[in-house]
Design a protein around this ligand. Structure first.
Ligand code: WTA
Length: 641
């Protein structure tokens, strides 16, 4: 595989095209991990310094960093920049779905908005440790709401705006949120009235902990408002003071919960705490994006996912960036939207998902070349492997061969990027996240938990040591935390991904080793989708498989058996799609539904997914060993698609 050295005009802060610099950083972080992380932690402001750095014990699934340190994340993302004379600097450049509308929010304005809303929260009875749910699209108020929670010590749980009302309800109830912040409608692409408040109304009465619903007026459409429960954003802050001192938080006080899919049906509430998470998000944001203080930064993620938490809110804002936040979609009003925004706002650092690149690449280069993209310096990707065609398109057409590409590998659980080239310092290879960041010690293990020393041999990717941004627990279910991450390879954090190391020591992620799909960079559990399909009327059983999809990376292929007497029909197919949309959301809808008379099962009743995978991928010449099938005749019926 060809290696790409650093583009010649790129000047890195760390050391140009210089693996030695990387190796020495890595060496020092390994030799004296505590001193390394102590020096990293000094980048943020602490009200009181920690008494010890790392009190983690993987054998007990206990993770603890910067013990007894006191700080506040909202203070670090706003107040201290103002104290440093950056009050008038733009924090956010909000680019509306409408190309003619954009709005700047300075750090001074951000402080005022956050303080007002913090006081509103307090007046509504929210205090330190209480959970608050945020169900919004990409509008400045979403970020204000997150930072207001952090300011008073409330724990936010952001639910991606495309989730259905059922999914919202389950998340609110799991963490017993007292207050929900939403907006009347979402406005994205050609859709101007995505139901948000209406979804909340459907389930609010089934959430016993929920006392207050706050609604931003975005579309301005008239909404039902329940007396005593619902308030508009403006009513909620009306009469509040615009001063609100930041609460003193312990390093290990929870900052947020973010639900993510696992191999079983119920999503996990990944819990991150204040000190380690903030240090890690802030540090990696600067290191991986080679961030300079006058850069214009743009991450196209949604705050409903971890990328939005770490690389829109806490990382960038703790580093006093000016960043674009974008309400719309890449293909509205046309396929040039991303590049038009890069030109308009003179973006220097651009971070997106491979799925978006694939979708745009197929529309041709003319959408790109009509814009001036010469401000771009660093290009990043996240969420799924980037394959060679889109890597080269990104590098050649978007970056004009002048921008290093940072392929960042990480997870909701890791809080921040664990593997990525440091731009300028580490030569890149298309499709590889290259090397672990300093302080991160991965290993590849075999089935028995032994380290695989040979090169180019795939195994389970684990982390042998903790890092500050690591999740602390599954909210309300520490046993699940232990079972999911610390039982497969005791003494290590089990990532759930497969990987191998090539001859140059570069890491290649081969995908999930559990039943988690990655559809357009969105993490979806097969069990969740199977459960949702099973709720459609007439369905007996479903098995869901990921298959290679040109744009989405992985598409959802569902094999469905129907109850006796029920015949396959377009109506049933539509009902299945509607049910999945209702229970999870439109992003979890299968791309293919194949009705079948039976699923291939072993004698003990386990579905043989490997056979279904081959059928879904059209690799039916050799189905492998089928001798353990309870009923081999199902194969014939499955092949008659
Ligand atoms: C996958 C997203 C290959 C991986 C930040 C991981 C990747 C899961 C990459 C986490 C990458 C993420 N290359 N695969 N650069 N980045 N993944 O929790 O399977 O939504 O375990 O976090 O996405 O998804 P999550």
């Amino acid at each position: 595989m060809k290696k790409y050295s650093v583009p010649k005009n790129f000047i890195s802060s760390v050391g140009n095209d210089n693996l030695d610099t990387y190796q020495s950083l890595r060496k020092s972080s390994k030799e004296d991990s505590d001193s390394y992380w102590a020096s990293v932690a000094k980048r943020i402001d602490w009200f009181e310094e920690w008494t010890s750095i790392n009190n983690t014990d993987y054998s007990k699934a206990h993770i603890e960093w910067f013990s007894n340190g006191k700080l506040n994340a909202s203070y670090n993302c706003i107040d201290r920049h103002i104290e440093n004379g950056l009050g008038e600097k733009a924090a956010l450049i909000w680019q509306s779905n409408d190309p003619t509308i954009s709005k700047n929010v300075s750090y001074n304005e951000l402080l005022e908005k956050v303080s007002l809303f913090s006081n509103g929260l307090k007046r509504a009875g929210i205090s330190k440790g209480d959970r608050v749910c945020i169900y919004m699209q990409m509008i400045p108020e979403a970020i204000v709401a997150m930072l207001a929670c952090a300011r008073i010590g409330a724990v936010h749980s952001v639910v991606f705006g495309a989730f259905s009302s059922d999914a919202l309800k389950n998340r609110i109830n799991d963490s017993e949120c007292k207050l929900l912040i939403t907006q009347d409608n979402g406005v994205r692409g050609s859709k101007f009235d995505i139901p948000m408040k209406e979804n909340a109304d459907k389930i609010a009465d089934e959430c016993p902990s929920l006392k207050t619903v706050v609604m931003v007026e975005r579309s301005g459409n008239a909404m039902f408002m329940k007396e005593g429960r619902d308030l508009t954003w403006n009513q909620f802050i009306d009469g509040c003071s615009s001063e609100c001192p930041a609460e003193v938080m312990d390093a290990e006080d929870p900052l947020f919960i973010l639900y993510t899919s696992g191999s079983t049906g119920k999503p996990k509430g990944v819990m991150h705490t204040t000190g380690g998470y903030l240090v890690y998000a802030s540090h990696t944001h600067e290191l991986v994006f080679d961030y300079h203080k006058d850069d214009i930064y743009w991450c196209t993620a949604d705050i409903g996912w971890i990328t939005g938490h770490s690389y829109i809110v806490y990382g960038p804002l703790s580093n006093a960036v000016t960043q674009v936040i974008f309400e719309g979609v890449p293909n509205y009003p046309d396929f040039g939207r991303f590049w038009q925004i890069v030109e308009q706002h003179k973006v220097n650092v651009f971070y997106t998902a491979p799925t978006a690149l694939r979708a745009l690449m197929k529309e041709g280069d003319d959408w790109v070349t009509k814009y001036d993209l010469s401000t771009l310096k660093v290009l990043g990707t996240v969420g799924e492997p980037i394959k060679s065609p889109e890597w080269h398109w990104y590098f050649n057409v978007i970056g004009n061969e002048e921008c290093p590409i940072v392929d960042t590998w990480w997870q909701t659980e890791t809080g921040g990027i664990l593997m990525s080239p440091i731009p300028g310092c580490v030569p890149t290879k298309p499709g590889s996240a290259t090397l672990p960041l300093p302080g991160i010690i991965p290993a590849i293990l075999d089935e028995d938990g032994n380290e695989i020393e040979e090169r180019n041999t795939t195994g389970y990717l684990v982390m042998t040591q903790s890092w500050p941004g690591q999740m602390r627990t599954v909210y309300g279910d520490h046993q699940r935390f232990i079972d999911t991450y610390f039982s497969q390879a005791p003494g290590n954090y089990f990532t759930g991904d497969g990987a191998y190391i090539d001859d140059d020591g570069y890491f290649w992620i081969t995908g999930r080793v559990d039943d988690v799909l990655n559809v357009s960079g969105h993490r979806i559990g097969t069990a969740e989708v199977e459960g949702a399909i099973g709720a459609a009327s007439g369905v007996a059983e479903a098995a869901v498989i990921g298959y290679n999809h040109e744009i989405k990376g992985e598409g959802i292929y569902a094999f469905v058996t129907l109850m006796t007497g029920v015949e396959p029909s377009d109506n049933i197919e539509q009902d299945i799609l509607n049910t999945v949309t209702k229970i999870i959301g439109p992003h979890a809808k299968p791309s293919v539904i194949q009705f079948c008379s039976g699923l291939p099962k072993t004698r003990s009743g386990k579905i043989m997914r490997r056979i279904l995978k081959k059928i879904a991928q059209n690799e039916t010449d050799d189905l492998g060993d089928i001798s353990t099938l309870a009923d081999p005749s199902v194969i014939d019926s499955l092949l008659q698609k």
